[in-house]
Every structure is written in C-alpha cells, then in structure tokens.
Design a protein around this ligand. Structure first.
Ligand code: WTA
Length: 644
C-alpha cells in the first residue's frame, strides 16, 4: 500500500497542520469547555450560553446537552449574518438535470426566498415545534424549505425523493407532520419522478396533513386537491418576505431524519439547533480546509444527512457558495460531473465511492477530456472506499494534486467524525484515519473490553460531541437501547473498525443487520418485512453481499407459501413489490428461493451462514450442528448457483 505524505504546500498553508491538529485534539479532549466555548463563537447567538457541555452516556444520569442556556436561530446564522459582507455573493449555485439549466441564488435572494416561504408556512398554520415533511427533488426550494422551517422553529423531516408512497406515509405518520412540501415532478437523467402523485397516494393514509405546498418544477399535469393543495408560488405571492427569525434554545429540535437500523421500522433521528450547527460549521471548515470564495460541491442528495450537513447547513453557516446538482452522473454522458466542475470552477468536490466506481468502470476518457484544474481537494463519504477506487480518484480525477478526505460519519453523528485532515495527516487509501476534535473512539471486543494498540473490533465513542443526535423521535427509550446499552457508558456505532500500528482507523463495515447499498443505508429487517407482506411469501431473510458497483448488494432468501410455485414471474413480481413498498433503492439484486432457512432449535435464523452462502464462501461455514435441520444448508448451497 502506498502512503501519501502531506504535500509541503498543504502543510504550510492548511488551516490545520500536524502540530495544530495535535494541540486542538488535545485541548478538546482535556478541556472541552474551553475548546467548544471558543468554537461556538463561529455562530451568532441571540442569547449567549454560559454552560457548554452537560452530557452523560451512563444509564443513571443519561443526557446530552450542549450550550443549553444559549439561544440562536439556525437560518439567521446561515443567511442574515452574511448579508453585511456577502449579500451579492452566490449562496446556492444550482445546476439542473439538463446542461444549460442553472440558477444562481445570492445570499440576498436566499434571505428573500426563505423569509417569504417562512411566512407562507405560518400563514398555513405551521407553528414553532410543528413538523413539516419535505419531499422534493434537488432544487433550491429544498434548501429554502429547510431554512424556512429553521427560521420559524418548525422541525423539518426531509424524505428522499426515491422513497415510495408507503415509505413516505410511514415517515409522515411517525412524526405527525401537518404540512408537506413537494413538487409536481422530479427530473433525474431526463426521467420524471411522480412526486406529487406519490404524495397523494401517501396522504390517503395520513390524517395529520392539512396542507401540501407544490413547487412547479416540470409543469407536468398533476391533480390539486381542493382545500389541501396549494401551489408554492401562489402561497409565496400572498405573503411578505419579512420574517424575523425565531429565537430557539440551543437544544430545541432542528430536524428529524429517518434512518434504518438493525431492527424495526426506520428511526427518526433528532438533531437540535446549537450543537449541530457548531459541528456542521466546524467540520465543513476544517475537513475541507474551506476558504471564503471557494466553490464547494457536495454531490449528495438533501434527502440524506450528507446533504443536510454539507450541501445546506455547514456550507451556508460558513457563507460558502454551495453547488446543488439536480441530476445524475451519467446524463447526458459520463463526463457530466467533471463538466460541472469546469463550468463553475469547483474547488472542493465531495462524493460517494459508489459513484466513483460507476465512473471508473466507464474508463478514464470521460474524465480526461475535462480540465478539472480548479479542483484543490476531494472528499469521499457514505461507505468504505476500496483502494482501487481511491487510487483512481486520486490519480485520474485529482491528477495527484488533490488530497482525499475519506470522511467517516453517520446520520446519528451529525457531521464528520473521522477523516484525514489534508494539511495534517499522510493519506492511506481506504482509511478513515483520525478522529475529529472532541471525538474519542475506542475499539472493543464482543464483551465490551477496550482493545489497545493495533487491533480490530467494534467501534464505540466514549464521550459526547456537539453534533450528536439527541433522541429518536417519539421513543427516547429506543435511543438509549439502540446506542448505549450494548456497551454501557459508550455510544456504539454499529461499525466494525481496525486500528493500525500508526493509530489510523479503518472502518470495516457494519457489524449489525444494516447494509450499505450504493451508499444508502438500509435495514435488512425492513426489506424482510416488505417481502413477507407479499401474499405468496411465507418467510424471508435478507443479507448483504459484496457487489462491485454498489459496495453491497441485496440478497434475499425467500420461502414461498406451501402451495406456491417458484418461477421467474414470481421472482420479478417480488422485486417489483419491494420497489413499491420501500423504493427503487431497495431493489433486491438476488432472490434465492429457499424451501427452508437455517435456524437454531430455538427458531433463530442463522444469518452468519446465509451471509457466507450469499458471498459464495462456503468453505468454512463454522459449526452447523446446532441447526434444527442442517440439511437446509446443503440445499441452499446447491440451489445458489441456480438463483444467484
Ligand atoms: C458507513 C452517511 C466507511 C458506515 C454519512 C456508517 C462509512 C454508515 C463512511 C452511516 C466512510 C459512512 N468509510 N464507512 N468514509 N462513511 N460509512 O447514516 O457504515 O447514511 O455507519 O451516514 O455508513 O450511513 P449514514
């Protein structure tokens, strides 16, 4: 493995060099109050805080509070604060699905748009603390909507536009949203996504929603329900742009974002105002070595946490120009990303390994025919990046000039937790490397014993950081149980991790029943419950398996009801069914018809064995003698070739 030392230019110029990293990391660890008191000054507080950190992961006095007696408004920090100096600077650079379609929104425009929408929300009955569901494509209105909620203290829940009506309905119901903001249709790679129709279907089941604001994106023909649906532009026309920001306590909720866990339905991860924004702003500045005037492009959808923290909140808190791209990487062709980089002279590009692998497969020419001279830094997020994709990114895209920050974090963590910092750490391809300031990682074994030195095990964090989630919406007990009960006193990440002899951290992937498909996080349990909801299915077990492009693919073992016949039609029907129940991102790659599943005598499905068979690694299945019927394993191995 090649190690890339910090280029001398970066060591000399970066905000954080090796010595500064050590000093800041040390201070944040030993004197968090001083460190965070200072870092929190990056924001404008309406009421200054006096208390900094009040947190405990122990069951007896469990609680997480940061800057608790301070008040601020997140939208004012992302907009108003910049008006004195940067009113005419571009806040959002929007590139549409088709080349040639673009919008440039200055901070002055953003102030006006967000103020108007905030007033429109109020006029439609939304009050501080109410929940608003946002189901929009990657258009500037998605950012306006998030910020308008923040401005009036409403809690937004953004639902990714690729989720099905069922998934959307579940998320609306769980948090009792009173208003939904959507668009007539989305546009991706020239294809239309029927967002409004999906909302209609979802709302047939949700009684809490009394208003739907509909952005006209494509002008497609949609049905507007009298008394419920209003065109976004009409709602805005009826109100003024002047909306004073609401003073929010630091611990008042900012947003809910649903994410998959190893059990049950998706959890509403709740982030609050003060700590989250300090964390988003700080990590955006230090991780990307962000400088005023940089064009920053985070290619994630705002439907995921990466889009929340780096397309919107972190970037705008820092007064940056954030690029928002509506489309896909291969439309009109595989050069599109790099054409956009050239068009807007992007300085910093932040994308997902799955996209890089898809681009790499198409060959270097698509990249090489563009200039990319403006790029200074590259980032990776969402899943482990395999060294081949890393090297390609580094050599072909960045021409060995741009360091790569491989940022490990989670919806729950609010922002980057581990990464190499470009001016401080030598790069090892595939390593999440070093913890951010205030992050105290430990690796534990199955019993929870902390392992020292070079080692491998489960990754926990022993102390709170400001960007940490505060609860699961509506289920605080589940929050504690999910993250703090496996290893008492520690936050358990659900990830496996290795620490090498230089102290670098390497994320090895999830150790629970969560899989990461094209950087999208999914619970195997969710896909299983979708499958068993099908009339022909008796039982299902889903596992991940290595997939060249997606990182992990979805492998579903399905047992049909006794009178059903396995066929290609049923298989296709099941695939369609899951797409309909959850959304296209959950499309199973393999349906393996299984007359029986390997179970213990107490009836527990042995997933370890199912994973091995899916990986086609059947040489060492371990002890199968405890199975109720060991012969099912032979049957599955024999039928794998047929199905997979
Ligand atoms: C995985 C996305 C390796 C990890 C920000 C984590 C990564 C899950 C990396 C969270 C990375 C994210 N290297 N693995 N750089 N980044 N992961 O909540 O398994 O969508 O637990 O947050 O993605 O996914 P989530």
């Amino acid at each position: 493995m090649t190690i890339y030392p910090v280029p001398s230019k970066w060591a000399a110029k970066a905000k954080i060099d090796a010595a500064r990293y050590e000093a800041m990391y040390g201070e944040a660890a030993s004197d968090p109050d001083s460190f965070w008191r200072r870092e929190a000054q990056r924001l404008e507080w309406m009421t200054p805080f006096t208390k900094v950190k009040n947190t405990s992961f122990d069951e007896t006095d469990f609680g997480i509070k940061w800057f608790e007696d301070g008040a601020l408004n997140v939208a004012a920090n992302c907009i108003d604060r910049h008006l004195a100096e940067r009113a005419d600077a571009v806040a959002i650079l929007w590139e549409g699905d088709s080349p040639g379609e673009e919008r440039r929104i200055t901070y002055r425009d953003l102030h006006e748009e967000v103020g108007r929408l905030a007033n429109a929300l109020k006029a439609n009955g939304v009050r501080k603390g109410d929940r608003v569901t946002i189901y929009l494509p990657m258009i500037p209105e998605a950012a306006f909507a998030m910020l308008a909620c923040a401005r009036i203290g409403a809690i937004h829940s953004v639902v990714f536009g690729g989720f099905s009506p069922d998934a959307l309905a579940g998320r609306i119901q769980d948090c009792d949203s009173s208003l939904v903001i959507t668009a007539d249709e989305g546009l991706r790679g020239g294809k239309k996504v029927p967002l409004k129709t999906n909302v209609d279907e979802a709302l047939a089941r949700c009684t809490s929603v009394s208003r739907v604001l509909v952005v006209k994106r494509t002008g497609g023909d949609v049905r507007m329900k009298d008394g419920r649906d209003i065109w976004y532009h009409d709602a805005l026309r009826a109100v003024s742009a002047d909306c004073p920001p609401e003073a929010m306590d630091a611990e008042d909720p900012l947003f809910i974002l649903y994410t998959s866990g190893s059990t049950g339905k998706p959890k509403g991860v709740l982030h609050t105002s003060g700590g989250y924004l300090v964390w988003a702003s700080m990590t955006h500045e230090y991780v990307f070595d962000y400088r005023p005037g940089d064009i920053f492009w985070c290619a994630a959808d705002v439907g995921w946490v990466t889009g929340h923290t780096y397309v919107v909140y972190g970037a705008l808190a820092n007064g940056a120009t954030t690029l928002m791209y509506e489309g896909v990487l291969n439309y009109p062709d595989f050069s599109r990303f790099w054409q956009i980089v050239d068009k807007y002279q992007v300085d910093i590009f932040y994308g997902a390994p799955t996209a890089l692998r898809a681009l790499m497969r198409e060959g270097d020419e698509w990249v090489k025919k563009t200039s990319r001279k403006s790029l200074r830094l590259l980032g990776s997020v969402g899943e482990p990046i395999n060294p081949e994709a890393w090297e390609w990114y580094y050599r072909v895209v960045g021409e060995e000039r741009c360091p790569i920050v491989d940022t490990w974090w989670q919806t729950e963590t609010g922002g980057t937790m581990m990464t190499p910092l470009p001016g401080a750490h030598a790069l090892k391809p595939g390593a999440a490397s070093m913890p951010m300031f205030g992050v105290k990682p430990v690796i534990v074994d199955a019993e929870g014993c902390e392992l020292g030195g070079a080692t491998e095990g489960n990754l926990c964090i022993t102390d709170s950081w400001p960007g940490q989630m505060r609860t699961v919406w509506g289920d605080h007990e589940r929050f504690f149980q999910t993250y703090f009960s496996a290893y008492p006193g520690k936050y358990f990440t659900g990830d496996g991790c290795r620490r090498d002899e230089d102290g670098y951290y390497w994320i090895t992937g999830r150790v629970d029943d969560v899989i990461n498909v094209s950087g999208h996080r999914m619970g195997t349990a969710e896909i299983e419950s979708a499958l068993v909801a099908h009339a022909k299915v008796a039982e299902a077990a889903v596992v991940g398996y290595p997939h060249d492009l997606k990182g992990q693919g979805i492998y579903a073992y399905v047992t049909l009801n006794a009178n059903e016949v396995e066929s290609a039609e049923v298989r296709a029907d099941l695939v369609q069914w899951v797409r309909h129940e959850i959304g296209p991102i959950a499309t199973p790659d393999v349906i393996h018809f299984s007359p029986g599943l390997p179970k213990t005598r107490s009836g527990k499905i042995m997933r370890r064995i199912l994973r091995k068979i899916a990986e086609n690694d059947v040489s060492n299945l371990g002890d199968i003698s405890t199975l109720a019927d060991p012969s099912v394993v032979e049957t599955l191995i024999a039928s794998r070739a047929v199905d997979a």
